[in-house]
Structures are given as structure tokens and as C-alpha cells.
Design a protein around this ligand. Sequence first.
Ligand SMILES: NC(=O)c1ccc[n+]([C@@H]2O[C@H](COP(=O)([O-])OP(=O)(O)OC[C@H]3O[C@@H](n4cnc5c(N)ncnc54)[C@H](OP(=O)(O)O)[C@@H]3O)[C@@H](O)[C@H]2O)c1
Length: 353
Amino acid sequence: MSKKLNLAIVGATGVVGSMMRDLIAEERDNWGEIRLIASARSAGKQLNVGDETIEVQAISPEAFEGIDIAHFDLPDEVSAEWVPVAAEKGAIVIDKSAYFRMVDDVPLVAPEANPEAVRERPRNIIANANCTTLTLVPAIAALHREYGLESMSVSSYQAASGSGKAGLEALYDQVNATTPANGIGTRPDDVRAQLGEEYNEPFGAPLAWNVVPKVGGWKDGGWTSEELKVRNESRKILSLPNLKVASTCVRVPVAVGHAQAVHATFGQDVSADDARALLEKAPGVTVVDDPSTSQFPTSIDVAGKRGIVVGRIRQSLDFPNSLEFFVIGDNLLKGAALNSIEIADLVRKELTE
Ligand SMILES: NC(=O)c1ccc[n+]([C@@H]2O[C@H](COP(=O)([O-])OP(=O)(O)OC[C@H]3O[C@@H](n4cnc5c(N)ncnc54)[C@H](OP(=O)(O)O)[C@@H]3O)[C@@H](O)[C@H]2O)c1
């Protein structure tokens, strides 16, 4: 076997970067040097990858010298600037920001759906889809392969950590600032008064004791950026450019785990039992679905799990060829770090085996 490839985790101090360090520690023997990169604010910090302590380097062109694969876990605008620099230095970049996902000559990959796309990377860049799309794709791709997906309507229930370290900290701060008050959960004016206006950040409204129907920035027609990502990224990953998608993305006061209620219509009839049997065998999917014993997935049960979990599978009563189901995935694992680890493994095997 040829030499082991060198890896960089760029954004190693963030919530996704931290998950990346944990996952890479589990497969440490597959890789050569591991380099940790973040902003100049974090330079010199000592972080662990398993038992190994590694000093964080400030991002710079030189930081990418000798790196074969670079996992980018940075805000969109920072990725926009630095991904081309790393690619120019010869690294194959796996980028989790939204910046390159819809670019024509950048593959957008979920290995359960389109693993072959990693080989088409003329710019040395592979994009990782957004967390909501990724926690749906393993299930919807398996159903699509068998029954031919024609349309889907998705309502999400998304965790605070989808907004990174700042989002997670804001939820903890808000819950800690409000929990002791009597009746706080039922009196919204009290929540706003106690939290103050600054607690509209970063979600656009207080998240403690609340459900917030806005994820991402505003776009034309009253859509949010997250809702358009679900539509556009699903179409690209599934190679269904005309797939009909309706999506409403909602933030809920959950730390980790994006849930989605899905109504999907196929080109042929599909029973709940057949769909359940198919999903039980689908890669990356676990089924937890038994009304007789009240078994269904919840976000806290799925947080920390590698695959996505599907439950509440029902044949639609009023819509032909349609299913209703509920799916949850850890937004930091399958929704981010795990998917890019899986992409890196495909590239590693291509380059070294
Ligand atoms: N959170 C999720 O569920 C999720 C899921 C899918 C995709 N993503 C995407 O993954 C990326 C990272 O998200 P996150 O949630 O991990 O965010 P985060 O917790 O806020 O971490 C951001 C990281 O970016 C680094 N950074 C910020 N500005 C920088 C600069 N100018 N130069 C170099 N490094 C800089 C930070 O380093 P410092 O600590 O030094 O500031 C930190 O390591 C984003 O593109 C996000 O959209 C996130």
C-alpha cells in the first residue's frame, strides 16, 4: 500500500470540527499527519485527536503544504476565500459550507445516494450537503431507487447546534436564564422580558420554550435559505433536477438532532410494510417503528448515533402512491462530520488501494 494520506481539519475548534476530531481518532491508523487549522484567534491552542495532542495553526496558504485531504468546517464566506487556496496547494477539499454546493463542476455527495460523484472533481473540491438534506437523503434515496420519487413535502424540527457553537451556547444560556421562573414555559412575554432583545440572536427569536419557523436567511418569495437548500441540494444529490419539493424549516429547543416529517409521493404504489422492510436494509438507516409497543425515534435517542433513524411510517390515506414518515439524524454526525468522513474514505480508497 502507498503512503498514508495527510489530513487537515480546517475549523477544528468549532462544533463540527470537534466532532471531526472524535471521528478521525476512531480511524487514526488510516491517516498520516493530522493538522488542525482555525482562525488566528485559536492559533497555539492544544486540542486532542484521540490520545494525540495537536497545536492549532492559524489558516494560511502554508498551512496546506503537504496536505492530501482537507476537511473544511468554516463559515460560508471564509470557505469561499480559503477553499480555492487549499485546492490550489494540491489538497482535495471536502467543504461543508454552502458556498460551493450548487456550483456545476463541484460534486455534492451523500455516499448512500451518489458515491460515484466523488471521482468527478475537476476543481479538487467536493461539497458536503447541508445537515437537513443529509439527514433525509439515506432514507429518501433508498425509497427513490425502488419506487421512483416524484415529489416530497418536508417539515423540519432542527436543533440549536445546527447554528454552530454560537447556537448551542445561546440555547444553553437561554434555558439557564429562564428555567427557574414559575410558569415560564407558558408565558411568552415573560420569556422575552427575561431574555432581552439580544436573545433574538442567532435564531431570530428566543429559542428557549419556543418553536421558531425560520432557519437561515430570508430569500425571495418568503422562503428561507435552509428551505431552498433542502429543495436544491436534494435535487442535485438525487440527480432529479425537476423533483417537486415543498419545505418548511423550523428551529426547536433541542441541542442536537434534526428531525423531519416527510410526505413523499412515488411513481408507483408503496405499502408501509414494504417501505419499512426496504428501509431496514438501507445503508445508514435504522428503523424504529412499532406502534404496538410505542416505538418511535426521538431526537435525544438519535443524538450521537451514526446513522439516521426512521419511524412513524404510514401509507397516506388521501394521497395515491404516497408515504408519511418521520426521520431524525444527528446534524453534527450524518448531517456534517460523518458524511465528510465517508467521502474522505472513498477518496482515500481511490488514491491508495
Ligand atoms: N452545525 C451543523 O449542524 C452543521 C451541519 C452541516 C454543515 N455545517 C457547516 O459546517 C461549517 C462549520 O459549522 P460549525 O457549526 O462547526 O460552526 P462553528 O461551531 O461556529 O465553528 C466555526 C469554525 O470556523 C472557524 N473560523 C471562523 N472564522 C474563521 C476565519 N476567518 N479563519 C479561519 N477559521 C475561522 C472557527 O475558528 P475559531 O474558533 O478560531 O474562531 C471555528 O473553528 C459551516 O459552514 C456550517 O454551515 C454545520
